[in-house]
Design a protein around this ligand. Structure first.
Ligand SMILES: [Zn+2]
Length: 229
């Protein structure tokens, strides 16, 4: 794969870009996702505010300022495919595409700081990238915010959480973040970003670590996809 960058113009000519969802070749005017798939993605239409179902779920844990999600999450559907490819099939650029569609919602009350949920360094080494990095950086560019991956640090590798109750999951993840560099966060609108929101326990654990150090922090949340109850 070393030489693939060098030959990219040739490859693009021989093999035009394919839709990230249905994998059919894109036609002229289409970018990343074909028009059929764009029209069928489960976009939430939820504004970036404090009362929508995303915010309600998080409020069980912490006083989130505003929240939103780009899509609803269906593991067998197009949103599931995009996120699984992003996380497990070496397609970090999908994050940039999703950021492009999410940014207009956040522009109604843009954050100053964007913080990704960190990966443990062992996991980072295995995957090779944090799936939120391109997503968060692209959002930061589009919203003129600062991307900060030095604020939260993942401290331990958590075991699979699927069989635990929500309370156990919350306790378990709470111990897995610690604070890193908190300079220049005072009085800023902070946006935590993650891929899929399920119970909200991970995002809440991350928020609580920030609150411990900045009790008056204004923390919002944006995710790629939201799993309905
Ligand atoms: Zn398609």
């Amino acid at each position: 794969m070393v030489g693939i960058k060098f030959f990219k113009p040739v490859l693009d000519f021989l093999f035009p870009e394919h839709c990230l969802v249905c994998e059919q070749p894109l036609i002229s005017g289409e970018k990343h996702i074909c028009s059929f798939c764009i029209n069928h993605l489960p976009f939430t239409e939820l504004d970036f505010d404090r009362n929508n179902p995303v915010a309600q779920r998080l409020k069980k844990f912490f006083p989130v300022y505003k929240a939103t999600s780009l899509m609803f999450y269906h593991s067998e559907g197009s949103s599931g495919k995009l996120i699984q490819d992003l996380k497990y099939h070496n397609r970090p650029e999908i994050g940039e595409v999703l950021a492009f569609y999410l940014a207009p919602k956040l522009a109604t009350d843009p954050p100053g700081i964007i913080i990704p949920i960190p990966l443990h360094k062992k996991k980072l080494k295995i995957r090779g990238y944090n799936q939120l990095e391109k997503f968060g950086k692209k959002l930061a560019r589009l919203l003129q915010a600062t991307y900060r991956d030095d604020v939260l640090i993942k401290t331990s590798h958590t075991e699979s959480q699927t069989r635990k109750s929500p309370v156990d999951r919350w306790k378990n993840v709470k111990e897995t973040f610690r604070i890193g560099n908190i300079s220049d966060l005072e009085n800023k609108h902070i946006l935590l970003v993650d891929d899929v929101l399920t119970t909200g326990a991970t995002l809440s654990a991350a928020a609580s670590v920030i609150y411990e150090n900045l009790p008056r922090a204004r923390i919002s949340v944006a995710v790629m996809a939201f799993k309905k109850d």
